[in-house]
Design a protein around this ligand. Sequence first.
Ligand code: SF4
Length: 254
Amino acid sequence: MENNGYFYKLSFLIIGVFIFLTAFVFLTAKFFSLQTYRIILYAAALLLLFAAMLLLAGFIWINRLLSPNGKDNRITVKNPLLAKLSFRFFMPLLLAAGNLLNWNKDEIRRVYINTCNEYIKTRKIEVPPDKMLVILPHCLQNSKCTVRFVDGIDRCAGCNSCGIGALKDLLNKYGINSRIATGGTAARKIINDEKPGFIIAVACERDLSSGMMDVQSLPVYGILNQRPNGPCRDTFVDINELEKAIVLFSLEKS
Ligand code: SF4
């Protein structure tokens, strides 16, 4: 968690704002003379307090999930109610606040992706290879390559000018289907058409976090791509990380 300073700061800021608002409304209610307004303000204060408690619970759950102890003690973090609370309430609010304040958005997105990944691991999902789908971003393909990918990456000639050739070999070894997505809309269409049981998605922080938030009904494991040439151009993915994820979630291990 040593690289997640912005996540902590933003979490404390949001929770602090809610607690401050709660205290403010309580104090305002105390000094109002009209009884009705007082009741309304007390009710608002209770609601705010409730929201602050939910946020705090979400934060504590995510913190436990991402901490080394949480990883060793998955039973305590495998709580569907807290997971829902964190994924549907706390993290979306945190991501929206990060976007609004234009703070280090990618760090918040990485925390969200890591949280989803760690939670998926606690569910001990194992699917047959034909139910697993790997969605890859088009920018993994060498920008000078003329091969057009329609269904998967089988047309790759394996010239080794980019990482697609090695990806093709890896996915063929495990019998896993793949699709190239040109963006979030294309990825959603692929998921609707293919109806996989489990998805491993490779993308940047922005596309992965928004995609994982959209597809909450399906288990999605996210892997960030590496972008030494800048965004959306000649990117890479750590093939060992991808293979580890395939082995972890596949019923057939080799
Ligand atoms: S490895 Fe495949 S996708 Fe990459 S440049 Fe060569 S033919 Fe194109």
